[in-house]
Design a protein around this ligand. Structure first.
Ligand code: F6R
Ligand code: MG
Ligand code: MG
Length: 391
């Protein structure tokens, strides 16, 4: 059967600050999707958060970019904003809903979208990822590891079905260009692009027979809004097993906490920590996810596993809820502690190009520089004037 898996997320209010969402927000969203399921709009759904972002995972038969499904997500986020976030004066209510009107597609309006229309295989394991205090390029490194690095994914060497490798679809978010690069043949060129995580983002990965294996969200909030409105905390869907990387090969890519951009004020680099959910409630189709604490972080990723059956989502299983990831969390906490000591210095603080949409340029505009050659010849005059308080 053809089924579309849509994962759409937005920050429509934090509790407290940007740390978490209010459980009532998740309850409201789950009730709204339950109603849509009852009406036959969607087959199944699951609602969860990582940090201050709510993710709506939905299955249906309406294909990618369906106005009905995008409209349902938009309406859900709007109502959660109005009925819960504003009522409790939660922080940044409606933050990611950047435009007032919905006109058929939620892309470009603020929320992040990862969707794949697939032919459901005899057994179809899928993993939904969401990360907070980071950006879509944060998934570049794990996606490369999962689908192109034989030291991560044994199947690339051992499984004849994967031996030919994969095709990576990379979006240049600045120039609006798309690259299709094959691995292993073009893996060095691929790395040349996707190592620049703020600009070249892996959007989809295909097996060489055309089967879609993974999809990552790529919306850039600052490019939409023209100002800083929070980093573009991403979501991603991966399929697993039977000629694709195993569930464990997918998770293995998160065992090393790589540095990502987007911590505190979207302006710092920090380790991506695989985190546990606080509560999984399969009956109510919702999960309360990890919260952001130290310095509003560190950046965290959560992963929920499902088995699809005729479009139904059997799950969720909290994939990082395993002592096997405790060591990774420990290493991430050590890296966080190490890099935090650098305070406002690079590379903990991001380079200026990545801060152009924040308030920093306004602050720097307040201080007055002198032309270096004039200053050099009359240094004493300038210094005396500053010391005496004249300008
Ligand atoms: C939000 C985020 C936070 C905020 C920070 C300041 O996703 O990353 O680190 O940037 O808490 O928030 P404001 O400026 O809203 O007080
Ligand atoms: Mg927020
Ligand atoms: Mg967030």
């Amino acid at each position: 059967m053809q089924v579309t898996v849509s994962l759409i997320k937005a920050d429509v209010g934090g509790f407290p600050g940007h740390a978490q969402v209010h459980p009532k927000m998740l309850e409201y969203a789950a009730a709204k999707l339950k109603e849509a399921q009852r009406r036959g709009v969607i087959i199944d759904y699951f609602v969860f958060n990582v940090g201050d972002d709510i993710s709506l995972l939905m299955t249906h038969t309406k294909g990618e970019d369906s106005p009905e499904i995008h409209g349902l997500a938009w309406e859900t986020f709007k109502e959660v904003t109005e009925q819960v976030a504003k009522r409790y004066k939660l922080y940044g209510a409606g933050q990611d809903l950047l435009k007032d009107a919905f006109s058929g597609n939620i892309r470009g309006l603020g929320p992040q979208v990862a969707e794949m229309e697939i032919e459901e295989r005899p057994s179809e394991p899928v993993i939904a990822f969401a990360a907070d205090k980071t950006e879509p390029g944060a998934f570049n490194l794990p996606l490369y590891r999962i689908f192109a690095d034989p030291f991560n994914t044994a199947g690339l060497v051992i499984d004849p079905a994967m031996h030919d490798g994969f095709v990576f679809e990379v979006l240049d978010v600045k120039e609006h260009k798309v690259y299709l690069l094959k691995t292993p043949e073009e893996s060095y060129a691929l790395l040349g692009l996707v190592g620049t995580t703020g600009r070249y983002i892996i959007r989809r990965v295909y097996r060489k027979d055309g089967l879609v294996a993974a999809v990552n969200s790529v919306e850039r909030l600052s490019l939409i809004a023209g100002r800083y409105v929070g980093k573009d905390d991403p979501v991603m869907i991966t399929r697993a097993q039977a000629g694709l990387p195993a569930v464990g090969e997918i998770l293995e890519a998160f065992a090393h906490p790589h540095l990502v951009h987007g911590w505190m004020r979207g302006s710092h680099a920090g380790p991506l920590m695989p985190a546990r959910f606080a509560l999984i409630d399969p009956d109510r189709r919702m999960a309360i996810g990890p919260k952001m604490t130290r310095f509003d972080g560190p950046p965290k990723v959560g992963a929920l596993g499902f088995q699809l059956h005729d479009g139904h989502l059997e799950g969720a299983v909290d994939m990082f809820d395993d002592p096997a990831f405790d060591y990774t969390r420990h290493v991430a906490a050590m890296i966080a502690d190490y890099i935090r000591r650098m305070g406002p210095f690079q590379p903990h603080r991001l380079p200026p190009e990545e801060l152009e949409y924040t308030a920093l340029p306004k602050i720097l505009a307040r201080i007055k520089p002198y032309a270096a050659d004039e200053y050099d010849s009359e240094r004493k005059k300038y210094v005396d004037a500053v010391i005496r308080g004249a300008s």
